[in-house]
Design a protein around this ligand. Structure first.
Ligand code: BGC
Ligand code: NOJ
Length: 817
């Protein structure tokens, strides 16, 4: 069952009924000011940091699920009837409804009682504000006298404190209302120099800033007393809950349309110019007025919207494919790339499943996010790499997370996730391959954000590598620490206390439990580092990295191979995890993908054997589950993984993030058909028709789909913020379509289903545009045998990077097996 459709020409997903199985959301803003917006206008906004600079309030896990947002009301002043043009919060039956989620904007349109309304929400590039461009049209035969009310609830900045510290917060709220603009200035009088404002382009009939005056006692947003009575109270919030509501009266002739623009923004004043007059407690509004005036003007709004559309057209234009598969085309060309921007910006902090208060930017997550983002805005990728690097510890370890506002490592969570350091090497290598910006390796970066500790980035990478060598366990495999990629495999935790964090509790000495997954990742990273070192002329370093990688490969073959697949780990008692001798959890997905990606088992058939086991035990029609059999009870020595009911999350859920590792492994063994099949199983667009089962948005990947042990097999959860975005994008573009960025140039190595007759990719790369036409007349899955560049045949399948030229480089690749 579908709840909408893709409009690929407009790069939009169109939802045609408000009651989607779950809120289907979009992100506004892609630089510093961000908003989340659902298909019924729900969501919230923040500046840079979803926890520390939350502008508007939202209530998670509420009933209805989506509660709080950018709400509007229309009231028919002749009858007193009122409704919300975005359906929520009044949930009045609408004659027509349509939500278009696009690239950085959302348009919600509806008709109710023959009054047509449309609101376009977006954040102009370069600004710290959002616009709600509202149009209302009278489709009646008679004139209509309407009232339009806006409504947002201000958050008192720190979302965590806002949701808990009521004894204080009910007394701190402050606002100003001047010239119809509502200013939210809680704590501005003392240590903050920022405030929020909510402005409206039209003359006001009134306003409200005290939530409970607007709503009325014992009422909620579905029937605010102000809207019901058609009059605002001009309330000024003193404490309690600062709120923003404008009231505009509109009279429309039959067929007439009117427009109202609302601007909600964040603004900072220089600390010595906070007040006007200087010795007052009144906000200095001189600095914000020009911005506000600009975006209350309809023409500027239209221009800003067009600019945003062009911006995305240009970004997406970096990689465009025309393949025989519609789901590949729209995910690669539009939605998957777009999701990569969201994960790059948010990491795992703010979605409808991540509350924006719990998690900052994750070290391993952000490094992996680069794989899908680095080609879009390399300068931002560069900055991110340097920020992440600055949180690395002297030991080569890393703070597991940092807060984006302060860019400091999070001490509560600390470090000792022993896979973390290697992802830095993977992230930097992706950046180098895309950009050829070798200079970044000489950038001096601090350790632990400490002045004076600066070392070149290359030295940081070297320490990442060294970190593992200094932490090997009894079998010579890397010690796992608190956890590796799988946050829930906690082999040093042994927790029997309710509420204790599986991730931060370590009550074993950590000298026994080892990870085969990290061993694979170590090899993968060491091989990249060797290439980087060789390129810098550091042959001795390169040789050493390779020698250690070889050694680790031998250790895996000796202690990490279980006969038909790779073992997952060794526990604190030195017993294997993810082995046929285990009671449950005999086979895990992660080491199969990671070891093969690192090249282990490619020559001796072990890779193919392991992939056959994955197919046999782990693959389902909805994707590949994380392990089998699922853990049916709690194993104290394994930790959080066995705390989930079977089939969910890390306990045998389809954890989509690691499916691409298997897909890449399949391409490495030349199995284009199976790689593509696996890709299609998790591709949300290909799952659109089973919307009632999948339930999450069909235009973005979700972190998890319930596995075969779950009663809700096939149900997705935790959409948007997941490493799946970057890995699927990277896999589809670089391994299936096979147009791969390498240090020296672009590799042409498609591994596709035999039935594909070919495809075309346009790719901008280091200043050139390549138009690559791949032909597959003999129904092969792999094997570029002939490569023509501008009509001339070249040897091999690598196009060496060359100086930028103005016309496109035309490439023809023939697959002959
Ligand atoms: C989740 C993991 C997540 C971790 C983050 C766990 O509860 O299952 O997916 O990585 O929390 O702290
Ligand atoms: C989600 C986390 O963000 C990520 O870091 C982790 O690798 C996966 N969960 C698996 O546990």
């Amino acid at each position: 069952m579908r709840f909408g459709h893709f409009d690929d020409d407009q790069r939009e997903y169109v939802i045609n009924q408000p009651e989607t199985p779950l809120p289907w959301i979009n992100y506004l803003g892609c630089e510093a000011y961000f908003g989340l917006i659902s298909n019924t206008g729900g969501g919230y906004s923040f500046y840079r940091d979803a926890r520390l600079r939350r502008l508007t309030r939202y209530r998670y896990n509420h009933a209805p699920f989506d509660f709080g947002g950018r709400y509007l009301y229309i009231r028919d002043n002749a009858t007193g009837e009122f409704w919300s043009p975005s359906w929520q919060p009044t949930r009045t039956k609408l004659e027509k409804y349509e939500c278009r989620h696009g690239m950085g904007y959302t348009i919600i349109g509806s008709t109710c009682k023959k009054i047509e309304a449309q609101t376009c929400y977006f954040v102009p590039l370069g600004e710290t504000l959002e616009i709600w461009k509202f149009r209302v049209t009278n489709r009646r035969k008679k004139p209509a006298k309407l009232s339009v009310f806006s409504s947002i609830e201000f958050c008192l900045w720190d979302a965590q404190d806002d949701a808990t510290n009521f004894q204080r917060n009910f007394s701190t709220g402050q606002v100003e209302v001047v010239d119809g603009v509502i200013y939210h200035k809680t704590e501005y009088r003392e240590r903050r120099n920022h405030f929020a404002y909510f402005a409206c382009s039209n003359k006001l009939a009134g306003f409200d800033t005290q939530r409970d005056t607007f709503l009325g006692a014992y009422r909620s947003w579905d029937n605010p007393v102000a809207v019901e009575q058609g009059k605002s109270f001009n309330s000024i919030a003193h404490g309690w809950a600062p709120h923003g509501s404008h009231h505009v009266k509109v009279t429309l002739k039959p067929g007439e349309t009117k427009e109202i623009n609302f601007v909600l923004g964040y603004h900072e004043n220089p600390t010595d110019q906070k007040f006007d007059p200087p010795d007052s407690q009144t906000i200095n509004k001189q600095t914000v007025k020009p911005v506000m005036a600009k975006y209350l003007d309809g023409q500027n709004v239209t221009a800003a919207f067009e600019k945003l559309r062009r911006y995305w057209g240009n970004l997406l234009g970096i990689y465009q494919v025309r393949s025989p598969d519609i789901h590949v085309n729209r995910m690669v060309n539009i939605w998957n790339a777009y999701q990569c921007m969201a994960t790059f910006n948010m990491s795992r902090s703010a979605s409808f499943y991540e509350s924006g208060i719990g998690r900052g930017l994750g070290f391993r997550d952000s490094n992996q996010d680069l794989l899908g983002f680095v080609h879009m805005v390399p300068s931002r990728a560069r900055e991110r790499i340097l920020d992440l690097t600055a949180t690395q510890l002297q030991t080569g370890g890393a703070f597991h997370q940092y807060q984006p506002l302060t860019k400091r490592g999070n001490h509560d969570l600390g470090s000792n996730f022993n896979d973390d350091p290697h992802w830095l090497i993977i992230g930097v290598s992706a950046y180098l391959k895309e950009t050829g910006d070798w200079g970044i390796l000489d950038e001096k970066v601090q350790f632990e954000n400490e002045a004076g500790s600066e070392q070149p980035l290359y030295e940081h990478l070297r320490r990442s590598f060294q970190y593992t060598l200094e932490r090997l366990g009894p079998h010579g495999l890397p010690l796992i620490g608190r956890a590796d990629w799988n946050d829930c495999l906690n082999l040093n935790c042994f927790s029997n206390t309710p509420g204790q964090s599986f991730q931060t509790t370590t009550n074993k000495d950590g000298k026994v439990a080892e990870s085969v997954f990290i061993a694979g990742l170590f090899i993968l990273a060491a091989k990249e580092l060797a290439k980087i070192a060789a390129r810098r002329g550091l042959k001795k370093d390169a040789d050493r990295y390779l020698a250690e990688a070889d050694k680790m490969e031998q250790v895996i073959l000796r202690h990490g191979w279980d006969g038909a697949w790779f073992v997952r780990a060794y526990d604190d008692f030195g017993r294997p995890v993810g082995s046929k001798i285990c009671e449950e959890g005999k086979i895990f997905i992660e080491p199969q993908g990671m070891c093969i990606m690192a090249g282990v088992g490619l020559k001796d058939g072990k890779a193919r054997r392991a992939l056959a086991s994955v197919n046999q035990y782990l693959a389902t029609k909805h994707g590949i589950v994380l392990q089998q059999p699922a853990f049916s009870k709690y194993y104290v020595h394994l930790g959080e993984i066995s705390s989930y009911p079977p089939g969910y999350k890390e306990n045998a859920g389809i954890f989509c993030h690691n499916n691409p590792w298997i897909i890449i492994a399949e391409t490495m063994t030349g199995n284009g058909g199976r790689a593509f099949d696996y890709y299609t199983r998790i591709n949300p667009s290909a799952r659109e028709n089973i919307g009632e089962i999948h339930r999450c948005e069909p235009y973005v990947f979700a972190q998890m789909v319930a596995g075969k042990d779950a009663p809700t097999h096939g149900e997705a959860k935790n959409s948007w913020l997941t490493g799946t975005a970057a890995w699927t994008y990277f896999t589809a573009t670089q391994w299936i379509l096979g147009i791969r960025a390498e240090y020296e140039g672009l590799r042409m190595d498609p591994v596709i289903p035999a039935r594909w007759k070919g495809f075309t990719v346009t790719r901008r790369f280091r200043g050139n545009t390549y138009i690559v036409e791949v032909k597959n007349p003999k129904a092969k899955q792999r094997g570029v045998k002939r490569l023509r560049v501008d009509g001339k045949e070249i040897a091999g399948n690598l196009l060496p990077a060359c100086p930028p030229r103005s016309d496109p480089i035309r490439v023809e690749a023939l697959l002959e097996g």
